[in-house]
Write a protein that binds this ligand. Structure first.
Ligand SMILES: Nc1ncnc2c1ncn2[C@@H]1O[C@H](COP(=O)(O)OP(=O)(O)OP(=O)(O)O)[C@@H](O)[C@H]1O
Length: 254
């Protein structure tokens, strides 16, 4: 099966010495020659120490930021250079969910406006908003309330409803459950698994919590100082790690 999303030799954050002639030492890029594949309907877990480049990689894979070198391909189309018409079709197909359920939602907008934002303007807008809320277990009467009326777990459901409303194929989740307590984490993770089964969604899932990664991932890539140092099927990487960095990450968690 051909991958739905691919990174091909992605390098990002290389300091341009023409712009910074005073820099004597060439600084190291944030991401170096990253290549990875995300298969349709599967989850790629990304693990790595703090500062290893996970969030930067998420922004690049989602198309929010273009790589300095290399390519990100969605169904074989380069996110940066595909014709405008194709890029317009790809944009709603890749959505992101962020860590902070408190900061990610505009406190001045109602849930209806937040969830409907990616749709504007669209036919059946209201019906689609209510359907997206229902899918994440939120009722129609919640649509006119503001984020402050909701718990962290409910806010993350609102963020998931917003991500789902464009009927994406790929969701990139950057520490999406890290701010939630353990029981709320389990509810949100099961919701994401259920969505994957129902819609054949593909996930890139970043977490420092290896139990979460183990629960969700089919494949895992290990990031260290901007490079992928190990990748493979989740069971192999987690049960028989070959790289010292992976072993250290596993030892620190358990
Ligand atoms: N806007 C920026 N400008 C300059 N450097 C940045 C910027 N954003 C990130 N960095 C640097 O890039 C590196 C990777 O950061 P990134 O946030 O992607 O790592 P991370 O693995 O997600 O870390 P964490 O787990 O702590 O969130 C870090 O060294 C960071 O200082």
């Amino acid at each position: 099966m051909s991958p739905i999303l691919q990174a091909r030799a992605v390098t990002y954050g290389r300091t341009d010495r023409r712009a910074f002639p005073f820099m004597r030492r060439k600084s190291s890029p944030i991401l170096k020659e990253i290549s990875l594949d995300l298969s349709a309907g599967q989850t790629l877990g990304i693990i790595g120490a703090s500062g290893s480049g996970k969030s930067t990689l998420c922004r690049i894979l989602s198309g929010l930021v273009a790589p300095d070198e290399g390519q990100v391909l969605y169904q074989g189309q380069d996110l940066a250079t595909a014709p405008a018409q194709i890029r317009k079709r790809i944009r709603p197909a890749i959505q992101m969910i962020f860590q902070d359920p408190y900061g990610a939602l505009d406190p001045r907008q109602t849930v209806r406006d937040i969830v409907g934002e990616p749709l504007d303007p669209a036919p059946n807008r209201d019906a689609r908003i209510l359907a997206a809320l229902a899918e994440v277990g939120l009722s129609a009467d919640m649509a006119d309330r503001y984020p402050r009326a909701f718990s962290g777990g409910q806010r993350q459901r609102i963020a998931i409803a917003r991500a789902l409303i464009t009927r994406p194929s790929v969701i990139i989740a950057d520490e999406a459950v890290s701010a939630l307590d353990v029981s709320t984490q389990a509810i949100v993770l099961n919701l994401l698994l259920d969505m994957q089964k129902r819609h054949g969604l593909s996930y890139v899932f970043v977490s420092h919590d290896l139990a979460v990664i183990r629960h969700l991932s089919h494949h895992i890539a290990v990031l260290d100082r901007g490079r992928i140092v190990e990748s493979g099927p989740a069971s192999e990487v987690l049960n028989a790690p070959t790289h010292a960095v992976t072993r250290a990450l596993l030892e620190n968690t358990y």
